[in-house]
Design a protein around this ligand. Structure first.
Ligand code: GLP
Length: 235
């Protein structure tokens, strides 16, 4: 595992963007996942800028969504597909890039078929939830399951829907499973945001702990973690 700690949101985004652009340079037709959440927002801004400058494109790539809410009352508002549209429209929603979206109504194995047809992931770019979830592989989930439906944990809902009333929140999501993330040729794990100290400490120390799904990627052969340095600072 390679751990890169960064100071401030600009450096965090720049390091992640540099890594991703290098991977695309090496293999322009790569298959990759892209995560949602607040963590990758600066990375996506940098990718949009690089695309505008003509320095980067995902024109030959295939992008897989990591996850999607399943019973979101306001769908597509507040969904992950909407997030990607808001943050990466010109980079991935164009005539060239292939984007494989998760249809929350479709049976999960349809997504596995698409992953298999693409020969799996070259690069899994993932964020980490406060409780250590990756995609929506929540603590206690079946880590041998491929794409599957999960019941969202209360702390995940509180983190992702802080200002949304309970009746307007989803209860379930569909997510790529741990096996496909573990089999990705390379993994870029992005860790930033407050309230992630517990999982950040374990990741930095290289400790696999069942309570934090992200740590189950620590024995991956090609794992790079970009982590905001304040998460490791002792208060
Ligand atoms: C969501 C997504 C994850 C993401 C996580 C972290 O729940 N399912 O893929 O990594 O949130 O979110 P944030 O970056 O906002 O902390």
């Amino acid at each position: 595992m390679k751990l890169i700690t960064t100071d401030g949101p600009e450096e965090f985004a720049a390091v992640a963007a540099h890594y991703l652009m290098r991977k695309v340079d090496e293999k322009p037709d790569l298959t990759l996942t892209l995560p949602t959440g607040s963590t990758p927002v600066g990375l996506y801004r940098d990718l949009r800028d690089a695309r505008r400058m003509g320095d980067f494109s995902l024109d030959h790539a295939t992008v897989f969504m990591l996850d999607e809410y399943r019973d979101l009352p306001s769908y597509p508002e507040g969904s992950f597909i909407e997030f990607l549209q808001n943050n990466l429209a010109e980079v991935i929603f164009n005539d060239s890039t292939t984007v494989v979206t998760i249809d929350p109504e479709a049976p999960p194995h349809a997504y596995d078929r698409a992953l298999d047809e693409a020969h799996g992931l070259d690069l899994a770019v993932i964020g980490v939830g406060r409780n250590g979830h990756v995609g929506f592989n929540e603590p206690g989930d079946d880590f041998s399951a491929r794409t599957h439906v999960v019941t969202l944990h209360q702390d995940t809902l509180d983190a992702n829907f802080a200002v949304v009333s309970r009746s307007d929140r989803p209860t379930q999501a569909i997510t790529i499973g741990m096996p496909d993330l573990r089999h990705a040729r390379s993994v870029l794990m992005l860790v930033s945001g407050s309230e992630k100290r517990a999982v950040a400490d374990l990741l930095a120390a290289g400790i696999i702990d069942d309570r934090f799904p992200a740590t189950h990627l620590l024995d991956h052969d090609d794992l790079t973690i970009v982590m905001a340095s304040e998460l490791l600072r002792k208060s």
